[in-house]
Design a protein around this ligand. Structure first.
Ligand code: FMN
Length: 335
């Protein structure tokens, strides 16, 4: 069996492989209004949003990626610095390994970020005491925790939990007892109506959709398997789940005004503004950040983030909508 470190390095390498990148968020058919007069002054645009009650200056979030391996420390530190500089939110990769090994905390990077969150799989929550997870979140400088749901990935991954089954009562007990905000996320198949409604009944602070069309964890794990699954069945598994648009609608209906983060295949600033206009509070990206870092290290993610903010602001301003509340109305109100 590969070690944790080998698995995490595989994930980093394989998410760059073209065939695992997904077809994108599928928002091309949506048409935002366009104000040819560009009447809104740049300084009148209010791009602020909130995640679990914490204010962010721009609704771009760094999605959960990595930690627990020496190679992650510099990347996470660079992301933390960027998030703090621009007032953005960030989620660390799964903290499971640092719950097992105290010396691995530093691989999650250093530097204060107001809207920083930890991450843990739903299959792990019963293994650890709530207080112990919370204590580790605090040590990492986090304000809350994302719990990820990844049943299909667990099955395809050789060393995964093939009988993954999230016990709702366990999840409820954990969320109710956890002393910080908890958000729930998928990792690439999205969250639909029934599941969103069940999650919405829990005292969670929000949901990250992570829908079909983004980095494919089915394909990544299929490439790592010793015993192959046929290409046609991998394609079939990869088609399961929800598009970003339908996931946003279902989750927003279930969450009311709690935080909704859209992710999965967001590849440019127009996707970002469209996902916000559909009802997301924030939009998360993962693979584009790691690709930029892989190609040009810290300078790569610095220029990527600056460009997404600049072009995102331009597109947002071109709609004539001065803030998130008004952007949310723009697809339903005739121009
Ligand atoms: C290298 C890499 C590692 C990831 N590790 C985690 C993880 O530890 N926990 C998690 O919930 N999601 C993880 N994800 C999933 C992302 O947070 C995100 O949900 C998904 O990749 C879709 O976003 P994308 O299409 O922008 O990559 C990882 C993604 C990447 C690219």
């Amino acid at each position: 069996m590969p070690t944790n470190e080998e698995r995490k390095l595989d994930h980093l390498a394989l998410c760059l492989n073209e065939s695992n990148r997904g077809n994108g968020a599928g928002l091309d058919h949506l048409c935002l209004p366009y104000d040819a007069l560009f009447e809104m002054q740049p300084d009148r645009l209010d791009t602020t949003s909130k995640i679990a009650g914490i204010a962010v200056k721009f609704p771009l979030m760094f999605g959960a990626m990595t930690g627990g391996i020496p190679q992650a420390a510099e990347f996470n530190t660079a992301l933390r610095k960027l998030a703090q500089t621009h007032g953005l939110a960030m989620c660390l990769g799964s903290i499971r390994v640092c719950l097992e090994n105290d010396s691995l905390h530093e691989t999650y990077g250093t530097g204060e970020v107001e809207a920083l969150f930890a991450n843990l799989g739903a299959s792990e929550i019963k293994r650890y005491k709530v207080e112990y997870v919370a204590e580790n979140c605090k040590r990492l400088g986090c304000a809350g925790l994302f719990i990820h749901l990844n049943g299909l990935q667990e099955y395809v991954q050789d060393e995964g939990n093939h009988a993954f089954c999230c016990n709702y009562e366990d999840l409820q007990r954990f969320v109710e007892a956890f002393p910080m905000p908890v958000l729930i996320k998928e990792v690439g198949s999205g969250i639909g109506g029934g599941c969103a409604n069940r999650l919405g009944m829990l005292p969670i602070a929000g949901i990250e959709t992570s829908s079909r069309g983004g980095t494919s964890w089915i394909k990544i794990e299929a490439m790592r398997r010793q015993v192959p699954i046929s290409g046609s069945n991998i394609t079939a598994l990869d088609q399961i789940g929800y598009s970003l648009e339908s996931s946003i609608h279902c989750c927003r209906a279930a969450l009311g005004d709690r935080t909704l983060i859209a992710s999965g295949g967001i590849r440019h600033a127009l996707d970002l503004v469209k996902a916000l206009s559909l009802g997301a509070d924030l939009v998360a990206i993962a693979q584009p950040l790691y690709r930029a870092y892989h190609n040009h290290q810290t300078a790569g993610i610095e220029s990527l983030v600056q460009e997404w903010i600049d072009i995102g602001r331009l597109i947002w301003r071109s709609t004539g909508c001065p803030n998130l509340a008004s952007l949310r109305m723009c697809l339903t109100t005739p121009a």
